[in-house]
Design a binder for this molecule. Structure first.
Ligand code: ZN
Length: 478
């Protein structure tokens, strides 16, 4: 019987699995999907009622898991006032300036644009760090996010951000938004958990406790309370940390310690915690993150765009940190898709190590950084690594029994002509590969670059009109 999600993907030129070591590739060339799960990999013959995807000239990857985003920023790309600013003035210039300008319609449209962009890169799972909250908000943004993700068939992890105290840079803005009380913040997390949270390993709906920043958003005592409340509810913890040197300055000035040690004191480290960025770390902080099995959402493009630096992923992984990849919000990453992000991760890790090379006469020990990250490493971080930090152990890898979240890329662009190893094409060659099919839980959500149920031209027109409306509401246009 054909249930609509039984598939045979045939004749793939290469299969990446997201697994470590020799298991990173599977000879395939065929993958069978039954009832939304991977039933077999190998040399397979079609069964009656099965839908066949001809994957000749294609490579198959696990669908990406994006572990850090701010979807509302999808209508704030390239915003001129923040374009050439470092993190702190950029926050004031762009995300904080615009956040009061969003209404239910523009917020929903931003979420849709961001999710569609991710889908077309082959992404199935999104963790959105959503911090657009203030008392008396006129719309339920969590409901909108879950509705949009559900309409597109994506797995959605809502990291409920927010703050109980106001940063100076927010107070200075004309439309300063009020902070929430801790009780209201925690009560909303409890409401969301009871309404949406599914702890299953292939869940489509998760809630995470996620004050916007650990150093600024709450008092230390309150931060500890959020950790305890989350763990009592069986929820994970997420926040921003050590994105720039400013975190080191603030932790020293306010608390007389380092950012990671501060988090340790507030019970904010462990295998149920992951932080975005972790660019600027002291050696003992890397060790502490590793010992506790804390995770990272590495956001190389946003970190580069804001001039923050390049996280030392090799050192973090050796220390024991769970490595995943996130695109971060589109207000600091004009290519908020997972193919661009993994391409950047691959190159930047190598460039970072190469920057440290010294001549031998000055004590140097290596010529360059080409061994800092392989394509297989980057694929693993952005698939299985993401699933690990989110606790979604049934997604992120292509193996029998796993959920059938997989991307079939057709290498039919001249950029792939001449490629000796097709398996690396989607990440190594840059750009966006033709997405022949994206399955999520065995359901086809993208077919030949077309997102099922979405009129891209209409979405583009709506986005253009809504950008103008947002500029008006933010007082930047008459
Ligand atoms: Zn972020």
């Amino acid at each position: 019987m054909n249930t609509g999600n039984n598939w045979l993907i045939r004749h793939a030129r290469a299969v990446m699995t997201g697994l470590p070591g020799h298991a990173a590739r599977h000879a395939g060339p065929d993958i069978r999907v039954i009832d939304g799960r991977i039933a077999a990999l190998g040399s397979l013959q079609p069964l009656p009622g099965e839908q066949v995807i001809d994957a000749r000239d294609c490579v198959v990857y696990p669908a990406w898991v994006n572990t850090h985003h701010h979807l509302f920023q999808s209508l704030l790309k390239g915003e001129p006032q923040g374009l050439n600013q470092n993190l702190t003035p950029w926050l004031a210039a762009t995300p904080y300036r615009f956040r009061a300008a969003f209404d239910a319609h523009s917020f929903r449209l931003a979420a849709r644009v961001g999710l569609v962009e991710l889908l077309r890169s082959g992404c199935a799972t999104v963790a959105d760090h959503h911090y657009l909250y203030y008392p008396g908000m006129p719309y339920d943004s969590a409901e909108i996010l879950f509705e949009e993700a559900q309409a597109l068939g994506m797995r959605f992890v809502l990291c409920r951000g927010g703050a109980t105290q106001t940063r100076q840079l927010e107070a200075d803005l004309p439309q300063a938004l009020r902070p929430e009380t801790l009780d209201a913040f925690v009560a909303d997390v409890e409401r969301l958990a009871s309404r949406y949270h599914d702890p299953a390993g292939d869940s489509f709906r998760r809630i995470v406790m996620a004050p916007t920043t650990t150093l600024h958003s709450t008092t230390p005592q309150q931060l500890r309370e959020t950790a305890r409340a989350a763990r009592a509810l069986g929820l994970r913890l997420h926040s921003h940390l050590s994105e720039t040197v400013d975190y080191l300055d603030v932790a020293q000035a306010k608390f007389g310690t380092s950012p990671v040690r501060f988090c340790a004191e507030q019970e904010w480290l462990g295998p149920d915690v992951w932080f975005a960025h972790l660019v600027k770390l002291l050696p003992d902080e890397i060790a502490l993150l590793g010992q506790t099995g804390t995770g990272i959402a590495h956001c190389p493009q946003s970190n580069a765009r804001l001039g923050s630096g390049i996280a030392d992923i090799a050192a973090l992984e050796v220390a024991g940190v769970a490595v995943s990849i996130g695109v971060d919000g589109a207000a600091s990453n004009e290519a908020a898709d997972m193919l661009c992000e993994t391409h950047a991760a691959w190159l930047l890790q190598r460039a970072r190590k190469g920057q440290l090379a010294q001549p031998r006469y000055a004590g140097g020990q290596f010529e360059g950084g080409a061994d800092a990250a392989t394509i297989e490493d980057v694929v693993r971080w952005a698939t299985a690594g993401g699933a690990r930090v989110l606790g979604l152990d049934q997604v992120g890898t292509l193996a029998v029994g796993q959920a059938a979240d997989l991307a079939v890329y057709k290498l039919d662009d001249p950029r792939y002509y001449g490629l000796h190893d097709p398996a690396i094409g989607p990440v190594a060659c840059g750009g966006r590969a033709h997405l022949k099919a994206l399955l999520i839980g065995g359901q086809r959500r993208v077919e030949d670059d077309q997102v099922c149920g979405v009129d891209l031209a209409d979405l583009g027109r709506q986005a253009h009109a809504t950008v103008i409306a947002l500029q008006r509401r933010a007082g930047l246009r008459a």
